[in-house]
Design a binder for this molecule. Structure first.
Ligand code: KG4
Ligand code: ZN
Length: 368
């Protein structure tokens, strides 16, 4: 009898409308799942990259204003494209932390207003849990505990995720995030914003072994180094010094070689520490997500190094690496599937929240 009950629940289709406005992409998506199979019905992303590129980075106030302008139209388009009506939606979700507070508020107030109008349950989603849930759209994603390397513009973290969505952070960057390092080095080399895709493109014509750049580590108070943590600001400074020296010598800057050498070192650092962490913790599935996970050098290196330790690598689908609402919807579907985790309509937003605290978003008395 119990078996039949589970089967009935699992064969039901759940539909989520999700909103992502934590940084500089305004995105709305409609996703669904039946059991373990997740599907995207629409995923509209209005990028603000052009609005921010002349400033060389995201301007928070400008980003919030742009979300306000764009969100109603992105929402309308996402619903139209999905061919699912808002009445047919089962749950509504939005990113509530971490991110730019003014930006998060726009998505959150929109989602909660829709919940009230249409009497739908609400789920507030942790942005990083969204990123790691992008893997649910790939084939054969891990069903048991796995290690996530999350590499974005704001975060570089190693997160152990178990079947019940309990998360433990095993490593992090003590200064710049990997994506931030790409953006800063891109600016140093006179490339367009964001730096990641620009560096990847120009590095294709460069020699990745032309320059020796440092693999910075964080020293452990007890002696030695922290094994699973990262530091990228020293690497960025090393590139700056290199550029200064070449300029001082009056030589032309070998931008492709510097870009390729930088990209190789970042990939090596990320891969070495991730594999070591997975191996030490007996985790044989590694998931790579976030904007930097789109980097092909990192993707290839991770697969080849992991295979030497019999670790299976699951890469976020290329089109879901950078910010999007489909991954937020996937996170919501996963929460519903296992525990019926719902958020209070009184839940607000927060600029900071550790991934280990993601479960507090579903408490009766919200944390913020
Ligand atoms: O996940 P994301 O869209 O936003 C955050 O939540 O931060 O990540 C954006 C970051 C930027 O720093 C960008 O330079 C980097 O991801 N990025 C890349 C690539 N595509 C985007 N870095 C390296 N290689 C890429 N192909
Ligand atoms: Zn992100």
């Amino acid at each position: 009898e119990i078996n039949i009950k589970i089967e009935q629940v699992e064969s039901k289709m759940h539909k989520v409308l999700a909103i992502e406005t934590s940084c500089d992409e305004t995105s709305v998506s409609i996703v669904s799942n039946i059991g373990d199979t997740f599907k995207i019905h629409s995923n509209i992303i209005a990028s603000q990259i052009e609005d921010h590129s002349k400033w060389g980075g995201v301007v928070p106030e400008l980003a919030a204003r742009k979300h306000l302008e764009l969100l109603p139209f992105v929402l309308e388009k996402a619903i139209a494209e999905s061919k699912i009506t808002i009445q047919e939606i089962d749950y509504i979700a939005s990113t509530v932390a971490p991110g730019l507070v003014g930006c998060l508020r726009v998505g959150s107030i929109t989602a909660r207003t829709l919940c009230m109008l249409y009497a739908k349950p609400f789920l507030g989603i942790h942005h990083l849990e969204g990123h790691l849930s992008s893997i649910l759209f790939s084939e054969n994603y891990p069903k048991k505990s796995f290690l996530t390397l999350l590499v974005s513009g704001g975060h570089t973290e190693l997160i152990k995720v178990d079947e019940r969505r309990l998360m433990q952070r095993l490593g992090k960057s003590f200064d710049d995030a990997a994506g931030e390092a790409f953006d800063k080095v891109g600016r140093l080399l006179g490339l367009s914003y964001p730096g990641g895709p620009a560096i990847e493109k120009i590095a294709k014509n460069g020699d990745p072994f032309k320059f020796n750049l440092p693999k910075c580590r964080i020293s452990d108070k007890k002696g030695g180094f922290l094994k699973y943590d990262f530091s990228f600001s020293g690497l960025k400074t090393a590139v700056l010094r290199l550029v200064e020296k070449i300029n001082l010598d009056g030589e032309t800057l070998p931008v492709p070689d510097i870009a390729a050498s930088f990209e190789r070192v970042v990939a090596e650092v990320l891969v070495e520490r991730t594999i070591k962490c997975a191996n030490d913790h007996g985790l044989d599935n590694v998931v790579v997500v976030g904007g930097v996970a789109a980097n092909n050098t990192l993707r290839k290196m991770m697969i080849s190094e992991a295979s030497k330790k019999s670790i299976k690598v699951h890469l976020a689908p290329l089109n879901l690496c950078t910010d999007n609402a489909a991954m937020i919807g996937a996170a919501a579907l996963f929460r519903i599937k296992f525990k019926d985790h719902l958020s209070s309509l009184k839940l607000g937003v927060s600029g900071r929240l550790s991934i280990e605290q993601a479960n507090t978003l579903y408490e009766e008395n919200p944390p913020f």
